[in-house]
Design a binder for this molecule. Sequence first.
Ligand SMILES: *Cc1c(COP(=O)(O)O)cnc(C)c1O
Length: 388
Amino acid sequence: MSYLVKNYNRKKISFKSGKGSYLFSSDKKKYLDFVQGIAVNSLGHSHPKLVKTIKFQSKKLWHVSNAFQIPEGEKLAEKLCKKTFADFVMFQNSGAEATEAAVKVARRYFYSIGKPNKNRILCVKNSFHGRTLAAIFASGSKKMTEGFGPKVPGFDHFKFGNHDSLKNKINKNTAAIMIETVMGEGGIKVIPDWCLRELRKLCNKKKILLILDEVQCGVGRSGDFFAFESSKIKPDIVPIAKGIGGGFPIGAVLMNKKVASGMIAGSHGSTFGGNPLAMSVGSAVMDIVSSKKFLNNIKILSKYFFKNLDKLKNKYPKIIKAVRGKGFLIGIQLYENPNKFIKKLMDNKLLTIRAAENVIRILPPLNVKKREIDVCLNIISKVCKDLN
Ligand SMILES: *Cc1c(COP(=O)(O)O)cnc(C)c1O
C-alpha cells in the first residue's frame, strides 16, 4: 500500500545511493544512470565538491527572507551574468516557476512602457514549459491540460517548424515568443541556429520579446553554457532550472536590462527562491560547469557519442529511425514505442527515459567519462542485436 498519489507511473525499483554516473539499487544492483534526475544532476551523484558545499553551508545558514540581503545569491547572480547575455537574475525554485516568471517579466515590461494590452505569449503547440496551470496552457498539449480547465488565457500556439503559422499568429497583442531552444519532453528536437537567427530578427521587426526556455537544455547540457549560443543571438529572457542546482531545486530567470526595468519592488516574489543554501550549491555547480575546458570536453565526448550512435543507427536501420540532439541532450528515435527497448536497457543495467515521438532520452552527467559512454554504447548495441 502506498500513500502517494498515483500521478506517476513509477518503475518498480528504488535506489539507496549514487556515485558519479552510477546508482545503486535497494536490491544491491549497479546501474549506469543516464537519466540523472532528468538532466538535473549535472555533476552526477554525490559530487565531492557539492557534498562539501552543502555540509559547509548547512552549518552556517539555510534560509532567510528575501526581505534581507543574501550575499550568496548576489554571488551566483553575478556569475550567471558574467558568463551569459544576462544583466539581471531572479531566483525561483523550479522550472515551471521560472517559465511562469519569464511570462510575468515579459508582460510587466510592456505594462511598464504603457502597452498593457501587449500581453499574449506565442508558444509551440505541444511544447513543454512545466506543470503549473499557466505552464500547461502555455505548452498547449491536450494530454497535460485535460481536466484542468478553465483554460488559462493569454497563450497562442503555432506548429513546430511551420514558419508561416508562426508569422500569422503574431498580432498587435503579442508580447513575446516563448520556445525551448531544444525541445526536451517533445522528443529532443533542436531548433537550428539559422532558425534562431530568423526568430531574433522577426522579434526585432515586430518589437516583441524572445523567451528561450533553457530549463532542460541550458547550463552546459548542450556543450555551450546555453544551447542558443552557437547561433550568436541574444534572447531577452531565459528561464533555467534543472541543471543549475546539480540536484538541489533551483530555478531562475535571466534577463536583459530592458525587460528587468519593469520588475519594480513588490512586483514578484518567492519565499524560498534564492535562499543561502540553494545559492551556495548553485554557485559550486556554476564554478565547474561554466568553465571553457569543462564545456569543451562535453563537445568532444558528445561528438564521439553521436558518431557511435549513428553507427548503430546504420547497423540497425529497422529499429533506429533517427539520432538527434545537442551535447549531452541525446534522443534515439525508434520506429516503435520505445518502452520495451527502455526495459531491456534497464535489464542490462542502463537507465534511460522516454520523450515524445518514440524517443529514448540519454542524459549522462556532464562530467561523464568516456569509458562510461562506451558501457552505454555496448548495452544499446546488445539490445539492438537482441531485438533485431
Ligand atoms: C522540466 C522542464 C520545465 C519544468 O520544470 P519543473 O522543475 O519540473 O517545474 C520547464 N521547461 C522545460 C523546457 C523543461 O524541460
